[in-house]
Design a protein around this ligand. Structure first.
Ligand code: PRX
Length: 649
């Protein structure tokens, strides 16, 4: 059997891979002490983790839990920017590289802790000069440039709340996010390239800015190379980053923040059409970000850490902007994509900077598999010592491929389960403590109370059920911006007000290892990105030719899930052309962003509905996946299914 065929046969993989003795010997934790401590004294365990940070003033109370609201480390005062930067300046880390940035076009820029601190202080003063005060919101719409991290840290430094919007979002998505949190200032960029093509962020931002009365000033970062992107600057509103920075003082003391002061808002998709502004606070989030870097990623001073996520997602917040810096490591910030200008770009970066810890998403791994192991084999990956996976279930074949060709069978893999709402990793093996099972995120971290339950919320020792969290954790979301009721409705209303329902299905094996199976609600996970089916549906029905829309997910070899939309058309369905379908796809991409572009759209005169008018989504999923259709006798109009089927390739 060829190696490729062997990989295809790994669906039932159940081997346990133990970390090597050498890895264990050097790990930050290599015994059960953290689990034992957390079991003995839950609050004491989290206090130990909080003591790993520097506080201006210690807390009085560890936890106040008035479900569904929690407060952690009340009375404590700290600043996460102080922990990420200032506290490293008195010792040998002062002139160590904090961020090594590599641009898509091979430009590089390195900032030491001292230099990053200076730039952050200056930008904090810029923000203050623009009238930003503690508690004000600042929107950040930037690609993967150092200034994104600088802007986030500068906000944290002065107590402003940042709301980073992924650079791939369309004007309307940006507009809605800005208006929902009433941001005062927007930080953006003139333009850059993605896969060699121009990405004109300021032009996109300008469209959003037509309807964002709350924004008073726009700070525009100019690309360091050349001057290819001419953007329009609105007099009195738009200001160049470099002009402001040239005049800004380098001295800016950190605001002393209460542990429960908000740190950031990050919008994420849910089961309704409107994205939710997930609110994280300072102390608990800092504790979660710091401790997971230390114990899950086993970060040490000698590490070169690379998380490939974008700062626009939570992974980029916790494992680029905050966690690695709080641990004083050197990290890579990469602007490009895995396959530009060639399919080995990631491995080239690892070789070039001798990356030791690499954190990426299964979608990328599946794409690498498809391109062939010959590509990574051309590069020296021997610096790697630990690998990570995030964002979606990793299928055992992809896990084994990652382990074999990237980890060269010597690197533990941490399959990390968490969410925008959880703030930091909640489930993963500790790489120096427990073995790994391909495809299984494994065990809840110490101090995290994850259970798998049945429909009535009875805990299941083994088998399949729903993933819930029974106790609060420090980096838990505190509320939904401007809509606290939504916190209750979305996460704490399925059974009782104490049980957080994550929205995922999972199974647990005899060793207690958990495999997260994916969302059980109307949220899709496309290439590790969350997209609500309702969000896409509500855009589709805005199109003048669309009467109704239903969106479902379909398994996809690389992306995990693909987006399939069914629409009922106003007018004559028999005349719908390929160009009409392409127009509908573009319509969605233009309104939400390219990540939401449907892969397939089927058009019919009506959608399959029950006689009481309910759209039969299960049937639509079956059609999309090419499954046998079960009982269709409840359909009000069976001809609809035939009409759709005819369009299937
Ligand atoms: O379905 C789970 C999946 O991603 C969802 C969270 O998405 P988001 O808030 O965008 O955060 C992604 C990065 C943390 C979860 O509800 N998910 C995340 N990590 C894993 C995962 N599914 C399986 N295994 C994982 N390791």
């Amino acid at each position: 059997m060829t190696e490729k065929a062997e990989f295809a046969n790994l669906l039932q993989e159940s081997r346990m891979f133990e970390p090597s003795e050498a890895f264990k010997a050097q790990a930050n934790v290599n015994d059960n002490s953290l689990y034992e401590r957390a079991d003995e004294d839950f609050e004491g365990y989290w206090e130990d983790r909080a003591r790993e940070l520097e506080w201006f003033q210690p807390w009085n109370t560890v936890l106040t839990w008035e479900p569904p609201h929690c407060k952690w480390f009340e009375g404590g005062k700290l600043n996460i920017c102080h922990n990420a930067l200032d506290r490293h300046l008195d010792g040998p880390r002062r002139n160590k590289a904090a961020i090594i940035w590599e641009g898509e076009n091979y430009d590089t820029r390195t900032l030491t802790y001292l230099q990053l601190h200076r730039e952050v202080c200056q930008f904090a003063n810029v923000l203050k000069g623009l009238g930003v005060k503690k508690g004000d919101r600042v929107a950040i719409y930037l690609p993967m440039v150092v200034e994104a991290a600088v802007a986030m840290l500068a906000c944290a430094r002065i107590g402003a709340i940042h709301s980073v919007v992924f650079g791939g979002f369309a004007p309307e998505s940006l507009r809605d996010r800005i208006n929902d949190c009433e941001a005062k200032v927007l930080v953006t960029e003139d333009g850059s390239t993605r896969r060699g093509k121009a990405l004109l962020l300021k032009d996109t931002a300008d469209k959003a800015l037509e309807e964002t009365p709350c924004i008073k000033k726009v700070v525009v970062v100019k690309r360091p190379y050349g001057d290819p992107y001419q953007c329009t600057m609105k007099e009195g509103r738009d200001l160049w980053y470099h002009d402001l920075m040239a005049k800004a003082d380098t001295d800016c003391p950190c605001e002393e923040m209460d542990a429960e002061d908000p740190l950031f808002i990050l919008y994420t998709s849910g089961t309704t059409g409107k994205p939710k502004g997930v609110v994280h606070t300072t102390g608990g989030y800092a504790v979660g970000a710091h401790s997971t870097c230390k114990y899950v990623f086993d970060m040490k001073d000698t590490d070169i850490f690379w998380c490939t996520a974008d700062v626009g997602w939570v992974t980029g917040h916790t494992y680029i902007a905050y966690g690695p810096l709080m641990n004083g490591v050197t990290q890579i910030m990469f602007e490009g994509v895995p396959n530009h200008p060639h399919n080995g770009r990631f491995w080239e970066v690892i070789e070039k900077y001798r990356v030791t810890i690499f954190y990426t998403a299964p979608t990328a791994i599946r794409a690498f598999m498809k391109w062939g192991e010959e590509i990574p084999q051309k590069f020296d990956l021997s610096s790697l010592r630990l690998l990570g996976s995030v964002g979606e279930p990793i299928n055992p074949e992809a896990w084994i491929w990652y382990h074999t060709y990237i980890g060269r069978e010597g690197c533990p893999i941490v399959d990390t389960w968490w969410q925008t709402e959880t703030g930091s990793i909640l489930m993963s093996n500790l790489p120096g403590v427990n073995g790994m099972k391909p495809g299984k995120a494994g065990l809840a971290l110490p101090g995290v109370c994850i259970e798998i339950v049945d429909d009535q919320c009875n805990p299941l020792a083994t088998g399949s059920g729903l993933l819930v969290i029974k106790k609060p954790w420090p980096s838990m979301l505190r509320t939904i911006w401007g809509d606290d009721q939504r916190l209750i409705d979305t996460y704490f209303s399925k059974w009782d007000i104490q049980t957080y329902f994550a929205g995922d299905g999972a199974t647990r094996d005899e060793d207690g290892y958990i495999m997260v199976l994916g969302r059980v609600d109307d949220v899709l996970n496309v290439s590790g990105h969350r997209i609500g089916t309702m969000e896409i549906e509500s855009v589709l029905v805005e199109h003048p030719k669309v009467a109704e829309a239903a969106v479902v997910g379909k398994q996809h070899e690389i992306k995990g899930q693909a987006i399939v939309a069914y629409v009922s058309y106003k007018g004559d369905v028999s005349h719908v052309s390929e160009a009409d379908i392409a127009e509908l796809k573009k319509f969605v991409a233009d309104k939400i962003g390219a990540i939401a572009r449907p892969d397939e759209i089927y058009v019919s005169h009506d959608l399959p509905k029950t006689r009481s008018g309910k759209i039969m989504r299960r049937l639509l999923r079956d059609i999309a996946e090419g499954r046998e259709l079960g009982d269709t006798t409840t359909l009000a109009d069976p001809s609809v299914v035939e009409e759709i089927r005819k369009q299937l390739a």
